[in-house]
Design a protein around this ligand. Sequence first.
Ligand code: PMP
Length: 427
Amino acid sequence: MTDNTTLLARRNRALGAGAPLFYEHPLHIVRGEGCCVYDADGRRYVDMYNNVPCVGHANPAVVEAMARQQGTLNVHSRYLHEGVVEFCERLAALHGPEIESVILSCSGTEANEIALRMARFATGKRGILCTDATYHGNSELISSLNRLGQSPSSNPSVRAFTFPEKFRPIAPGLSEAALCEAYLDKLECAIGNLNASGEGVAAMIVCSILANEGLPDIPAGFMPRAAAMVREAGGLIIADEVQAGYARTGHWWGYEVTGFSPDIVVTGKPMGNGLPLAATAASRALVETFRARTRYFNTFASSPLQAAVGMAVLDEIEQRNLRDNVTSVGTALKAALTQRKGASDTIGDVRGHGLFIGVEMVKRPDSAPDVFLARQVINRLKDKGFLTSNAGAHANVVKIRPPLPFSQADAAEFLLAWDDTIAELAA
Ligand code: PMP
């Protein structure tokens, strides 16, 4: 077996120690194909984590489109190019008629930054609402929203509200409707606070399915009611679809699942199947106000290369009916894991949508989050050839989010490894 010690030491020097790595014994992978990656010894791992290679690792159609465009023309965006126009038209058409125009960028962080600035220009207000266990990116402004593993923000424009969930409700014994009201009260409080401070409300930004929060089951009606409340206060709604979008849930967009209509939609990770590609989509008026105020330019964005690759990814999702695959495989896998919940007292909850499933690991008798166990599960699954990770407000949720072509056979193989892992850890 290849020894990774030397490579790890070189990495610590070359990248600086502290550059994050998955797993107790880091994995040294050298190639990918479809839903699998292979390590330096040729060992195969089923990728159950990565949504960037959404149409599969080294997808031949995407690779071909990338090479063809790079071999024809690739240049910055200050020229007319039909491919770029066509791609933006196609992206906008994947939403309702109120989303008309698109600004392309290179990362989810950049696209969220554009969205927040767009909302501030449009409303003349500065205040931003987000959840208290979120992650939206890594720039100075955007990271001031993040709560996961960080101390609360000192940004005076940001107010975090308690994210809504049914598994660990903020108050015990409430009906679902009363729980929804309790969470809406928290949001109302944050809105009041922004208004009282003079910031006002520019926007609420949320991941449409609260992925980083741990994919909670949300009390029915919360998202549309929250959106209405923010609009009432003069703010816009930004759906961060960086994780939730692009067929991940079996629908194009996570906001279709949780039932609200955004003013601005942000997409990233899966759009280029690995090529840096992100987008902020909104009404023409919102986009043009932003453009007039900033003269926004991004060297690598809106390029013919981004457009060609982005088109190839959309073609793959559509031509291979990947949304249907996500729905059928995801539904069956979630049902199979849910069945196992009854048989194991360490599985507190199984949640999610489509091929995005979270399994919450807990300690009995009080269902306290068990991060240690979640990490053990993830490391043992990796040793058995299945790559997952942990996420959520308490980092105890095993996150299952394979590329979209993940098959029923892949799921069956995974369930065998899952059962062995849970049995070993219970022994
Ligand atoms: N939004 C969400 C919901 C994310 O999960 C992430 C990254 N994990 C981002 C935005 C930031 O995207 P990027 O890393 O491409 O800047």
